[in-house]
Design a protein around this ligand. Sequence first.
Ligand code: DSN
Length: 421
Amino acid sequence: MALSPAMSNLSKIDPDIARVVENEERRLRENIVLIASENYASAAVLAATGSVLTNKYAEGYPGRRYYAGTENVDVAESIAIDRAKELFGAEHVNVQPHSGSQANMAAYFAALKPGDRVLGMSLDHGGHLTHGSPVNFSGKLFEFGHYGVDSESEQLDYDAVARVAGEFKPKLIVCGYTAYPRTIDFARFRQIADEVGAFLLADIAHIAGLVVGGAHPSPVEHSDIVTTTTHKTLRGPRGAMALTKSDLARKYDSAVFPNMQGGPMMHSVAAKAIAFKEAAQPEFKDYAQSIVQNAQALSASLAAGGLRIVSGGTDNHLMLVDVRPLGLTGKEAEAALHAAGIVANKNTIPNDPESPFVTSGVRIGTPAVTSRKMSASDMETVAGFILDSIKAADNESALASIKDSVSKFASQFYVPGLDDA
Ligand code: DSN
């Protein structure tokens, strides 16, 4: 398979790296990508990401830069900000954070002082490293307390969160997760935050595309700060952004620059602007609804095949699958799926008896396959491949044969970024 046209010159200049890109293009076409946090960016987003805007230093913000020559990138950043404000209905937007972790770091610095108390979801119940893990800056710089999901329902129990908040008295509460399959009641979180006089940070890195597509309620009116990555369900370039209330605007901006980052990545800022335009199109609403329909169809088929779905199902783009009923750990299931050309990640399930390196679960998400225009009926086929692979975990030749079928199946589908180039 030849390199995509946009990359074809690379094989003359650097065949080693050209081969890496070519192999990755093939992997993206032939595999079924079910990593809940991954997606396929459009050719337009990729074009901006690979453009000359990568050359420009632009510390500061549009109209207030520390370098000359920013007249073009200023336009890109202003367009990105205006589009994001419109898309999310936000009072203030910062499009410079390089990653979700950095967007969260800036949020903490905007609202808190080191040592302040913060309440977040524990990592093994679906929180993120930046929600207070002791091995992360967040857990080192701030005093974190944690809430989790209810052990029976495996869903948030808002009264329990309110009780923990009342006892812990945090200055900021974090909601929004990396492995929580259910709708988040942001209005209830606002109420809990108000009861204890805390800021509310909604980290919607995973669900931002569902929010703008109307497939999940928006946290914007309820939150002091909303952070998100731009490359997950939002389907933009790798990077992040934050939406804040006006009273935190200056604090947030200075928490990003000069506090935390140097020059913004202007190629990525321009690509974010393109992604916001794409997400504002009516088709994106259909995309967001289809992500959820696909996740629900896939989880129903996996449950029918004998796997246990944590919390009994999903309301969003992902499901947590307890693979123990078929006799595997999460690590073994991830390896079996990978050998069959199906890419998903092992993940702890609530109150997992296994370590985070082994786990009892697999996290499965549908944003990427939905971008390839797979439908709910295709999810039955995908579920069949998943179940067959897990059952054949110790049978190398069976896995190789499933991989052939997966490749034939996946190669029929459209690949954004390649087929629209
Ligand atoms: N790595 C991301 C995820 O997979 O959810 C979170 O940062």
